[in-house]
Design a protein around this ligand. Sequence first.
Ligand SMILES: Nc1ncnc2c1ncn2[C@@H]1O[C@H](COP(=O)(O)OP(=O)(O)OP(=O)(O)O)[C@@H](O)[C@H]1O
Length: 259
Amino acid sequence: MTLASPSPAATLADPAAPLLDFRNVAMTFPNGTTALSGVDLVVQRGEFVSVVGPSGCGKSTLLRIASGLESASEGTATVNTDRIGYVFQDATLLPWRDVRSNVELLAELNWQPKRVRTPKAQWAIDLVGLNGFEKHLPKQMSGGMKMRASLARSLTLDPELFLFDEPFGALDEITRERLNDELLKIFVEQKFGGLFITHSVSEAVYLSTKVVVMSGRPGHLVDTFEVPFDMPRDPEIRYTGEFARLVGEVSHALREGHS
Ligand SMILES: Nc1ncnc2c1ncn2[C@@H]1O[C@H](COP(=O)(O)OP(=O)(O)OP(=O)(O)O)[C@@H](O)[C@H]1O
């Protein structure tokens, strides 16, 4: 699903400030479960940060706090924009709407007039490679196409901060790699800040400018890796020794943080 944030925990107006700035963020739910503790995390404009960590360590909770859907129980969670895109693993398109009207949905809910939202939706449809499929219903689309439509729906709001909760987790390997390349192309063009949750270390390294590794619950950051490969990223980088080495280092940190 794609969302525009209602209102993040705190917002600043300073354009030089990081898009997202978490300091010592902790989250304990009313039932006593502590999902996060002492999380410090910054996402700057033009940074693509992936988070990897064991199941249940609080990754989705982190995104929900960033989006304003949850409030941190301790620390400060500052988001320096109200233009937030949110893409979930499930594309959650409305089954009775075709691609075009699904993509227009958020703009419609944001009261954008049709003369503005229709060309904007077409721009987003073109950007994600769904040109020619505007009249297709979700039941006529593959998982990859639905995810493209979900991305396009969020792009209509020109997000400055894009939150991704395992968007490609349910897709086959080839479709996932293709969508990774398309997302990177959009990232390079649109220059948003990205916060991307994934269980795939190689996906994290391929997409990101920075990979952070979380410990088991309560989740906190145990390691950060700067990714040295240039943007736009050459797909062939995936098959190099340098790439494999970095994937190995992140996987090792993940295992250490888990034990
Ligand atoms: N609303 C809630 N109330 C109580 N506990 C919750 C709530 N939401 C999440 N939790 C718990 O907080 C912990 C972190 O959940 P979260 O979904 O953030 O983890 P995750 O790292 O995204 O997991 P996964 O990788 O399996 O998707 C889990 O133990 C989960 O059961």
